[in-house]
Write a protein that binds this ligand. Structure first.
Ligand code: CA
Length: 247
C-alpha cells in the first residue's frame, strides 16, 4: 500500500531522530513525551557525557541541548556534538538570560536557541521548521500521517493518539492509514476496497462498513486522550476522514 497519493492535503514527514539533553527531570520528560507524541523518535540524556556517547552511536537529526549540565560545560558539549554530528540541527536551551551564552553557543556550532522557561508550542514549531528545512518530504520513506492528535506510523504500523497507543487489527490499520493519507478528501468505497482489501475485488462491501464501525468505536474510545479525527459517511460514495475541530 502506498498512501502517498495526496501530499498536498497530508502532513507527511519522515521519522526524525531527536535527542533531548536535559538534566531537569520535569523539563526533560515533558520535552521527551511531547516530541514523541508528535511522531518523532526521541532519546533523552541527562548528562553531557551521556549525550556525547549517544551521539557517537546515532546520527541525530536534531538535538535540544540544555547548556547547564551537571558534568560538562554545555558549550563544550555543543562543540563536540557539532564535530561528531555535522548534519544535526543543534538547538541550545539556556535558563540564563545572559546573551553571552547564546553568542558563545552559536559560535560553538548551535543553529538556534530557546531561552527557559521554554514555551512548548514555540519549541514544537521551531523543531518542525528546522526538520522541514533539513529533511524535505521523502515519498520513498515510511510516512508518519498526522491528523489532529492521531499519528499513524506506517513504518512500525502503530497508531497513537497524543502518544498513547491505539491497538488495531491489520485491516483496520490499513483502512485508517489510507483515510489518513488524504484527510478531508472524499474516498470512494471502490477505492478503499481496491486499495485496502484486494485490487480485483468486486463483491459487496459490507466488510468495509464493519471495519469503519470498528475504527469509529476505537477512535471514540480515545477521545478523552486527545483530539481524534472522525470518519464521515458520504452517502452513495464512500468516506472522508475529518480533522478534529480547532486543530
Ligand atoms: Ca540544566
Amino acid at each position: 500500500m502506498a498512501p502517498n497519493a495526496a501530499h498536498e492535503t497530508t502532513r507527511v514527514i519522515a521519522v526524525s531522530r531527536l535527542l533531548v539533553v536535559e538534566d531537569d527531570e520535569t523539563i526533560g520528560s515533558v520535552l521527551e513525551s511531547s516530541l514523541r507524541a508528535h511522531g518523532h523518535q526521541v532519546g533523552w540524556q541527562r548528562t553531557g557525557r551521556g549525550a556525547l556517547h549517544a551521539a557517537s552511536e546515532t546520527d541525530f537529526d536534531l538535538v535540544l541541548l540544555d547548556l547547564g549540565l551537571p558534568d560538562l560545560d554545555g558549550v563544550e558539549v555543543c562543540r563536540q556534538l557539532r564535530a561528531s554530528n555535522p548534519t544535526a540541527v543543534l538547538v541550545i536551551l539556556t535558563a540564563r538570560t545572559d546573551e553571552m551564552d547564546v553568542v558563545v553557543g552559536l559560535e560553538a556550532g548551535a543553529d538556534d536557541y530557546l531561552t527557559k522557561p521554554v514555551r512548548l508550542a514555540e519549541l514544537l514549531a521551531r523543531v518542525r521548521a528546522h526538520l522541514r528545512r533539513v529533511a524535505p518530504v521523502n515519498p520513498g520513506a515510511h510516512p508518519m500521517l498526522t491528523v489532529g492528535d492521531l499519528v499513524v506510523d506506517t513504518g512500525s504500523r502503530r497508531v497513537t493518539v497524543a502518544g498513547r497507543e491505539m491497538p488495531l487489527r491489520a485491516k483496520e490499520f490499513d483502512l485508517l492509514a489510507r483515510l489518513a493519507a488524504a484527510p478531508e478528501s472524499a474516498i470512494s468505497r471502490e477505492t478503499l476496497m481496491a486499495q485496502v482489501w484486494d485490487e480485483n475485488w468486486f463483491g459487496p462491501t459490507k466488510t468495509l462498513d464493519v471495519h469503519v464501525a470498528a475504527l469509529r468505536r476505537k477512535l471514540a474510545g480515545m477521545a478523552a486522550v486527545g483530539a481524534v479525527p472522525r470518519i464521515t459517511t458520504l452517502r452513495g460514495h464512500g468516506y472522508r476522514l475529518e480533522a478534529p475541530r480547532g486543530s
